[in-house]
Design a binder for this molecule. Structure first.
Ligand code: GDP
Ligand code: MG
Length: 186
């Protein structure tokens, strides 16, 4: 039969990477050019049907500012999935470097030495989103090189990678759909 799955999902990544815009696109099908900065975190939910299951995502959209960093564990604790977002147009790959730090932190929470289960989740489904794919010309590195870097990084660290655009909606539903497919069926 068709399973109902509730999945806590957290969005992490540098401020301005497009976390809130991805959520707004996924949940409401909208995009705004001047998205307000998130304060603390915001909660959303959206349901998605995949082949064998109906997944209700309980989404925590975090702020990304360093001064809110200490709050982050409240949002990723017990999460079944995470989307780590970076801005592909960001100079000197600072946004990508920040994304890698988040991946490290999530990997640490999944290992028993950091938080004991069931708080940490070693089986968290993690997606890496290279966002603002509509702004190809603004990229600082060539498209192929940066995509390859991210793809290799994702593969080596147990994530899957997609380039997304909250503006054009490219790969937005797809990244949530891919997560839904990978969630453990209990
Ligand atoms: P957050 O801080 O990670 O939540 O980032 P926001 O969602 O607030 O987005 C920061 C800025 O980038 C806003 O002005 C958005 O309109 C813009 N933005 C977000 N996603 C995209 C995208 O895919 N393409 C373009 N061109 N702009 C985007
Ligand atoms: Mg935000």
């Amino acid at each position: 039969g068709n399973k109902n799955i509730n999945a806590k999902l957290v969005l992490l990544g540098d401020v301005g990477a497009g976390k809130s815009s991805l959520v707004l696109r996924f949940v409401k099908g909208q995009f705004v050019e001047f998205q307000e900065s998130t304060i603390g975190a915001a909660f959303f939910s959206q349901t998605l049907a995949v082949n064998d299951a109906t997944v209700k995502f309980e989404i925590w959209d975090t702020a990304g500012q360093e001064r809110y960093h200490s709050l982050a564990p409240m949002y990723y604790r017990g999460a079944a999935a995470a989307i780590i977002v970076y801005d592909i147009t960001n100079q000197a790959s600072a946004s990508f470097e920040r994304a890698k730090k988040w991946v490290q932190e999530l990997q640490a929470q999944g290992s028993e030495s950091y938080f004991k289960p069931p708080i940490g989740n070693p089986n968290m489904v993690m997606a890496l989103a290279g966002n603002k794919a509509d702004l190809l010309d603004a990229r600082k590195v060539t498209a192929e090189a940066s995509t390859l870097d991210a793809q290799v990084y994702a593969q080596e660290n147990g994530l899957f990678f997609m380039e997304t655009s909250a503006k054009t909606a490219s790969n937005v539903n797809d990244i949530f759909y891919e997560i839904a497919k990978r969630l453990p069926r209990v």
